[in-house]
Design a protein around this ligand. Structure first.
Ligand code: AHM
Ligand code: MG
Length: 343
């Protein structure tokens, strides 16, 4: 079946699989499970107000943040969809401190793949009807033996086989890449299918928007402060002040950046002076988004190093992130490279 506007995501996945005659279908099965979980979570997100499911559970997650009920729901849906009789061996989720072993519940031989998951990012926005999203990436398992290990997830982002996000916004969209172009599918609720709406998305090489929580500027390094000052003036590659757009929901901010160009950043800050750090998590926020950005012609860096080349050290590791149009990310890097930045 030729690639055509309006084909379902599952048809598209099957079509991509046909390009690899040796493929067993296991990888495609993982993608179709993600599609299924996305539909279920989308339905729940859209009915959140009606079902009175909004609000915090009263628990805190491993990051010390309030857990929203929808976070828990989304976490359960994605883990269930990808655990039972699936080909995923281990999952790292933002909502779970420890690695999740799916091997025990699997009827199959140990899975060949590992999943990194942020089940519902931007959850502080749920109660105010702002777009939120799910972020995921799949890696090939590298450990041997009957059970997966954290080594399966602690691989540089260059080893990701697929990465994607689902944005629950004015419509629900699934955007993903297997490294050969970035494709977007819009959920048609009347037929319950994600339909191909954006084939081979390309990010503009340069944009006119910067997206950053400027309230953190007193805690930024001087390099970051200088960079934003340049973006607000005329001393930047486009020669005119950039517009500021900040939703505070990573998936929504990056979704806009993918289509309109510009740069999204969550820089290093010294809110904790003992330990300056970025906020966003490498495995299930920065790395998948970096794969999408690069596959669409954009770039992603921590200011000094390509995000995809960072060797992860722990499941919930945080990194500074500058992501978006190629030229805009290069401009950000020029203020952060070793020797330029004063901390
Ligand atoms: P979360 O994983 O707890 O939802 O936090 C991540 C979110 C991102 O969606 C967003 O880019 C960022 O936190 C916003 O942080 P801030 O409110 O500090 O600007
Ligand atoms: Mg998150």
């Amino acid at each position: 079946m030729p690639i055509r506007h309006g084909m379902t995501c599952n048809q598209f996945i099957a079509e991509e699989q046909r390009q690899f005659p040796a493929a067993t279908g296991e990888f495609s099965e993982i993608l179709t499970r993600i599609v299924l979980a996305a539909k279920i979570v989308s339905r729940e997100v859209n009915q959140a107000g009606l079902l009175d499911i909004l609000g915090a559970t009263g628990d805190t997650n491993v990051q010390g943040e309030d857990v929203q009920r929808l976070d828990v729901y989304a976490n359960t849906q994605f883990i269930d969809a990808l655990s039972r009789d699936c080909y995923i061996s281990v999952i790292a989720s933002e909502e779970n401190e420890d690695l999740i072993h799916t091997d025990e519940s699997s009827q199959h031989r140990p899975g060949k793949y590992a999943l990194a998951l942020d089940p519902l990012d931007g959850s502080s926005n749920i109660d105010v009807n702002v777009s939120i999203g799910t972020i995921w990436s799949v890696q090939k398992r590298v450990s041997e033996g009957p059970r997966g290990t954290s080594a399966d997830l602690l691989q540089p982002g260059t080893e990701q086989l697929a990465a994607g996000y689902i944005i629950y916004g004015s419509s629900t969209m699934l955007v993903y890449t297997v490294g050969r172009g970035v494709h977007g599918f819009t959920l048609d609720p009347s037929v319950g299918e994600f339909l191909l709406s954006h084939h081979d998305i390309r990010m503009p090489a340069r944009g006119g928007i910067y997206s950053v929580n400027e309230g953190n500027s007193p805690y930024w390094t001087s390099g970051t402060q200088e960079w934003v000052k340049a973006l607000k003036g005329k001393d930047n590659p486009s020669g005119e002040p950039h517009s500021l757009r900040y939703i505070g929901s990573l998936v929504a901010d990056i979704h806009r950046t993918l289509f309109k160009g510009g740069v999204f950043a969550y820089p290093l800050d010294s809110k904790n002076p003992e330990k300056p750090r970025g906020k966003l998590r490498l495995l299930y926020e920065a790395s998948p988004m970096a794969m999408i950005a690069e596959s669409a012609g954009g770039a992603a860096t921590d200011g000094r190093q390509r995000i995809l080349e960072i060797q992860p050290e722990s499941l919930h590791q945080r990194v500074p992130l500058y992501i978006g149009s190629r030229d805009d990310v290069e401009f950000a890097s020029s203020f952060h490279r070793e020797g330029v930045e004063v901390r």
